[in-house]
Design a protein around this ligand. Structure first.
Ligand SMILES: *Cc1c(COP(=O)(O)O)cnc(C)c1O
Length: 331
């Protein structure tokens, strides 16, 4: 694979830091836990969508778009990061926000990510929970085109084969960083939602023959659906960037035991994980994704399913701005 063949807009100075979590490691009595700081990707407080947007915005520019359109939940980190990239490029941004979490909470509806969306002048349109959001977005994009705009449509979470290239690049970056540091990595753990992050990471690891397993902690779908979504996209991105031989089905593993009552619904494990990382490490997780991802990692360590002798890298995918949309949960 040779990623320079694809249009790309460099959005942050890489690589993101790879740091040891000394206090968390000591607190849990091992394994050795490291963190890959993809919450530090710059653009409007950063997060994992910035890596995907390097390739998506690159493609949008290459085809002469003047408008980015995308979709997500009200507290979508992806929409906020897309809005920031559009602002930086002088493009318009339209976002369809789904009322996926049923609530009247003022913070959820007005603060956190959606506050920042408004500051960045996104044209926000709301849709009821349960809407087929990608279909609604494509329909809206057609209307914009008919009105004379040149919209570039980005699916939820930026998760298609173009966006997933960002995490093929991250896999390369992480392994190069680890090799330079002389750091053996036994496993990568992260929160998985719209599947692009895990699909890109897995494809990258398989393409490099790294032999490093990736464990996704699900935040929405049940395991069979999540693994099928990740595997399908991993196959697509692998074919797209020239990784031969396909992606073995068993390279895709998601643990969806930490979703709790549903997407964006708080769990005791998430609250504990957010507090623990803040207090022990000064690292801010988020309530919807990285908090549940870390809750999964902590629980699997406590149950002995992740061994004390391992060295684990937790990929921090960002999202801390979402904490302000969930202030009541931490009171
Ligand atoms: C979108 C997101 C994820 C999940 O990444 P996917 O590529 O959608 O699976 C994880 N963490 C945060 C903070 C996110 O915003």
């Amino acid at each position: 694979m040779h990623l320079a063949r694809f249009p790309r807009l460099k959005l942050f100075p890489g690589p993101t830091p790879l740091e040891k979590l000394e206090n968390l490691t000591r607190h849990l009595g091992g394994p050795e836990i490291w963190i890959k700081r993809d919450d530090c990707t710059g653009v409007a407080t950063g997060g994992n969508k910035v890596r995907k947007l390097e390739f998506l915005a690159g493609a949008a520019l290459a085809e002469g778009a003047d408008h980015l359109i995308t979709q997500g939940a009200v507290q979508s980190n992806h929409v906020r990061q897309t809005a920031a990239v559009a602002a930086k490029l002088g493009m318009r941004c339209t976002a369809l926000l789904e009322h996926r979490v049923e609530t009247n909470d003022r913070d959820y509806l007005q603060s956190g990510n959606v506050l920042l969306d408004r500051l960045m002048d996104v044209a926000i349109e709301y849709r009821p929970g349960g809407t087929d959001m990608n279909a609604a977005m494509l329909a809206r994009a057609e209307e914009l085109r008919a009105e004379g705009h040149k919209p570039y449509a980005i699916p939820g979470g930026g998760s298609n084969k173009v966006g997933a290239l960002g995490y093929v690049a991250c896999a390369q970056e992480l392994m190069e960083q680890a090799d330079q540091m002389g750091l053996r990595i036994d496993r990568v753990v992260h929160a998985t939602g719209s599947a692009g992050t895990q699909a890109g990471l897995v494809a990258g690891m398989v393409g490099m023959n790294a032999g490093v397993p990736v464990l996704g902690i699900g935040v929405r779908a049940p395991r069979p659906t999540q693994e099928a979504n990740v595997h399908r996209l991993a196959e697509e991105v692998a074919a797209y960037c020239g990784i031969k031989g396909g992606i073995p089905r068993e390279a895709v593993v998601a643990n969806c035991d930490y979703v709790g009552p549903g997407y964006g619904q708080p769990t005791p494990g998430m609250i504990e994980a957010v507090r623990m990382l803040a207090k022990l490490e000064g690292v801010l997780l988020d309530p919807v994704y990285s908090g549940k991802g870390m809750a999964g990692l902590i629980d699997l360590i406590r149950k002995g399913e992740i061994g004390k002798e391992e060295r684990v890298v937790f990929l921090h995918t960002g999202g801390a701005v979402g904490l302000f949309g969930y202030a009541g949960v931490f009171e």
